[in-house]
Design a protein around this ligand. Structure first.
Ligand SMILES: Nc1nc2c(ncn2[C@@H]2O[C@H](COP(=O)(O)OP(=O)(O)OP(=O)(O)O)[C@@H](O)[C@H]2O)c(=O)[nH]1
Ligand SMILES: [Mg+2]
Length: 480
């Protein structure tokens, strides 16, 4: 452990000395629910409040503490003040260091109702524990050195994973894959630093000065390229957890809200025969081939004088800018109006699917001329009213998603915090590379190298400022 890390650990000692507790399972009714305790007093609290149904007859166990570690025991959990039974529970005592937090941990598995769990928690708090902050168990796991910051962040990603792929990536990160990758890159930089430093400190003892060309290509191939790949992974996959932003647009009354309802299989948007029904943005989360998608229904785009509608149209226009995918709804068999031609110019540079709706009103298939701005886009014919053509539309959407994720077989996925630090270290490395080529003095090279090493270290939690740590753990749920 580095000096800085041990200093930080000392600063957090006051926190570590307390014993924390929280309900670890989601609120609401359930078969079982768990109260978790961690810290130096957790065993004595559990011992005090739990009364086993059968006394242990294991001769090896100490009489004062008659439980084996990591074993379940059945019995009653008691109120602290009255000493009356609250619930029938299973309890497990887990001795440090083989625990989630690396502290002594006790878990009480009671009945899942909120009142039952609240009573257990109250007894534990009355007995001396303090209520845990969100993410405090994981924060302790980090502060006690069991996991690094990338692994702690992966815990929250795993809990929040909305697609199978994001779950797989989060799990891989929990096992330390990203940490190892960054550590390897950083180790290379530290080795370079040692070589350069040796030349500065002992110029007479180093027979040949460092080969700057070799150092340059080493930095480029073994450091800059892997960092660039990590940043690319982030950019390609940012939508894994966020969801692919898909916006449904078109002129008023073409059937945008009807399409929204078909795709989300809900009566999400109001549908009427009056043009201008939808005013606000209406969002719904759906899944396509295991990927989350945020569908947004919008106000019909046209030249409106109605101040309320104008606000809705402005919101729709802003949403188009941010969208990953645009579903442009048009009426099948009808030539594009002037208004629709104007809309088509807004989406020229977007990923667009042309959705020709209301085919049920056409007696026969009629092709229409498309403006040049729209000819490159895939199109599909549907009837949102009759729910026909949806499978073809879904297939096209799935192809768009597949294209976006094509070539991604990597489980290394930096989050936005990691990406920012990777970019900062890249900037230092680029300065270093320029310095190497322009023959800058070795002392100055060391400064840039050192910056890059520090920035990479912050990814897994070395010298990470306390406010950043608070920010990371604040997003956790209580009990994790
Ligand atoms: N025949 C037929 N009518 C449809 C179809 N889809 C929608 N409609 C009808 O068209 C009218 C407008 O539908 P909406 O889904 O509200 O259209 P919109 O584009 O959301 O309209 P605004 O919110 O006003 O911009 C309603 O009367 C729908 O029942 C379709 O496929 N065929
Ligand atoms: Mg609508």
């Amino acid at each position: 452990m580095t000096q800085d890390k041990s200093k930080k650990l000392k600063e957090d000692k006051t926190m570590i000395f307390s014993t924390i507790a929280a309900i670890a399972t989601p609120a609401g009714r359930g078969g079982i629910g768990i109260v978790r305790i961690s810290g130096p007093q957790s065993f004595s609290i559990g011992l005090n409040l739990f009364k086993p149904h059968r006394k242990s007859n294991e001769s090896t166990l100490c009489l004062r503490f008659p439980y084996k570690t990591h074993r379940f025991y059945f019995g009653h959990f008691h109120d602290y003040h009255q000493n009356t039974p609250i619930d029938e529970v299973l309890i497990v005592f887990m001795k440090t260091p083989l625990t989630y937090t690396r502290e002594d941990v006790v878990e009480i598995h009671g009945h899942g109702g909120y009142q039952a769990l609240k009573s257990i928690l109250k007894a534990v708090l009355d007995a001396g524990a303090v209520l845990a902050e969100p993410g405090e168990f994981t924060k302790r796991a980090y502060l006690n050195g069991r996991i690094d910051l990338t692994q702690a962040e992966a815990v929250i990603n795993l809990i929040n994973a909305r697609s199978n792929l994001s779950r797989e990536i989060a799990f891989s990160q929990i096992t330390g894959s990203l940490r190892k990758c960054i550590l390897d890159i950083r180790k290379l930089l530290i080795d370079m630093m040692t070589r350069i430093q040796a030349e500065i400190d002992f110029p007479d003892e180093i027979p040949v000065s460092i080969n700057r060309d070799m150092l340059f290509s080493e930095i480029h191939n073994r450091v800059v390229t892997p960092i660039q790949n990590l940043i690319k992974n982030h950019d390609q996959y940012y939508f894994l957890n966020e969801g692919i932003q898909t916006v449904i647009i078109g002129a008023p009354n073409v059937g945008k809200s009807s399409l929204m309802n078909c795709l989300s299989r809900k009566e999400k948007s109001i549908v009427t025969s009056y043009p201008g029904t939808t005013r606000d943005l209406i969002e719904e989360h759906v899944q396509f081939i295991g990927f989350p998608m945020v569908l947004t229904d919008t106000a019909g785009l046209h030249d409106s004088k109605d101040p309320v509608e104008i606000l809705g149209i402005d919101k729709a226009l802003a949403k188009i800018q941010k969208a990953d995918l645009v579903l442009f709804v048009l009426q099948a068999g009808h030539p594009l109006t002037e208004n629709e031609l104007r809309i088509s110019k807004l989406i020229m540079n977007k990923h667009v699917i042309l959705v020709f709706n209301k085919i049920d009103l056409l007696a026969e298939y009629r092709e229409i001329d498309l403006p040049e701005t729209l000819t490159g886009f895939k199109s599909v014919f549907i009837s949102a009213l009759k729910n026909t053509g949806m499978d073809s539309l879904k297939t096209i959407i799935e192809n768009v998603i597949s294209q976006k994720i094509e070539g991604f077989h990597d489980s290394l996925l930096p989050n936005i915090r990691h990406k920012n630090l990777l970019e900062k270290s890249m900037a230092s490395l680029l300065r270093l590379s320029e310095g190497l080529l322009s023959g800058i003095s070795t002392d100055l090279l060391v400064l840039d190298l050192n910056d890059a090493i520090i920035q990479l270290g912050q990814i897994f939690g070395e010298n990470t400022p306390p406010d950043i740590l608070d920010q990371i753990f604040k997003d956790f749920c209580i009990g994790k």
